[in-house]
Design a protein around this ligand. Structure first.
Ligand code: F3S
Length: 399
């Protein structure tokens, strides 16, 4: 009996039957989790979703406990009922030896991927599914984990998702439903503060802007003036604000689809300019001497692959002591053979993984990146000292 959950939410007869185990243990467990979350956050009912994106896929982050949970879910017959994609895992599934990954880690990681596949999840293993196989539409309700990706679909596309955790997104994917609260509701999508941004418009300036905004506001729904991000800049901004703060939705005047719905004249205005960007830079840079340069947080798009290859073309890697990893999805890697050829002269173009969810701490202690998100997580999740600079400055270390 689960009277407290039932009394808190208005469930349909079919949803109650799932909760009572009439459709198997896997779906029952999923319903228990989704309704428990709904109760905690004050949801009145469940809503249908059109897609899910799942995190919690790296053996490094979920360990043996997470692997066991996935084994149990798959054995219980759990299957997703909406199109679902998967976040990066702890290694490139074919080139893991180049990442200094142990046989034991590789075996368990491949098992995790296999279990997600058994549940019907498309094992894309990328944090940018929105440039490939999983593109929601404006107004769609979805259940996405991965803080940068969910912020992108909320903000740049105008789909609606909360900041789901891995198990919550998996449960929602199995049910095709999520609890109706938070950013699914109109009233929670209103801007809470105006950001008057003064940046040079480079990708790296968007990383620092996101870092500075996260540091300034922590959470809320910023409304930006003075910027015009395209996909690459928007994903960088999403990732940075989600890591330095917990921002899951933002609007950009004249750019994002919901921005025109709001009157922001009464909101507080925060200026982010040179001084704030410098403070963000100082926070992210704790070392001048690195062993690894890792690019692709979030995963590199086709355009970024082309830009990097163009920058590297005709240059030589002189400093052989520093490794370089380029992280993207398998799909993007396949689409850019000419760029990949140039980039591979400098280091592997890895798919399925990234510098944060891979167990790099077994090999490296000092890592360079151009991403504020990675700059936040390399010290906390990977025991690294970090260098965070734009790509040209990072490459000065090896050229
Ligand atoms: Fe993606 Fe890894 Fe960064 S999952 S957003 S590349 S930390």
């Amino acid at each position: 009996m689960r009277p407290s959950i039932l009394s808190a939410m208005d469930l349909t007869r079919e949803e109650e039957a799932i909760l009572n185990g009439e459709e198997g243990e896997g779906r029952q467990k999923a319903m228990e989790l989704v309704t428990a979350l709904g109760k905690i956050y004050g949801a009145e009912d469940l809503i249908d979703i059109t897609s899910a994106h799942l995190s919690g896929a790296s053996y490094k982050t979920i360990g043996d406990g997470g692997l066991k949970y996935l084994e149990d879910m798959a054995a219980g017959g759990a299957k997703v009922t909406v199109p679902s994609t998967l976040n990066p895992v702890g290694m490139d599934r074919t080139r893991w030896r180049e990442m200094h990954i142990s046989e034991e880690f590789a075996e368990k990681q491949l098992r995790i991927i296999d279990l997600y596949g058994q549940m019907g999840i498309r094992t894309t293993c990328s944090c940018t599914p929105y440039v490939g196989p999983n593109v929601p539409s404006m107004g769609d309700h979805v259940a996405w984990a991965e803080s940068s990706a969910l912020s992108f679909v909320n903000s740049y596309i105008g789909a609606r998702t909360n900041r789901e955790g891995g198990p919550g997104a998996l449960a929602a994917a199995i049910l095709g439903k999520t609890a109706n609260y938070g950013l699914h509701l109109d009233e929670n999508r209103k801007p809470t503060v105006v950001i008057d941004a003064d940046i040079d418009g480079s990708i790296f300036s968007y990383s620092l802007l996101g870092q500075a905004v996260g540091m300034a506001i922590g959470s809320g729904v910023p409304y930006f003036k003075g910027i015009s991000p395209e996909v690459e800049e928007a994903k960088t901004l999403c990732a940075a604000m989600a890591a330095s703060g917990s921002v899951a939705l933002y609007h950009v005047e004249g750019v994002t689809p919901e921005a025109g719905n709001f009157d922001v004249s009464d909101l507080e205005v925060i200026h982010i300019g040179e001084k704030e960007l410098q403070a963000a830079y100082d926070k992210l840079n704790t070392v001048d001497d690195i062993q690894l340069i890792a690019l692709g947080c979030p995963h590199l798009t086709e355009k970024e692959m082309h830009q990097i290859a163009s920058f590297l073309k005709g240059k030589k890697k002189v400093n052989k002591d520093v490794e370089i990893w380029f992280c993207t999805s398998a799909e993007i890697r396949d689409r850019c053979p000419e760029d990949v050829k140039i980039m591979e002269e400098f280091g592997p173009v890895l798919a399925d993984t990234c510098m944060v969810v891979a167990p790099i701490e077994g090999t490296f202690q000092r890592t360079g990146t151009n991403s504020a998100k990675a700059g936040n997580y390399l010290p906390t999740l990977c025991s690294q000292k970090a260098m965070c600079r734009d790509i040209a400055k990072l490459m000065e270390v090896v050229l």
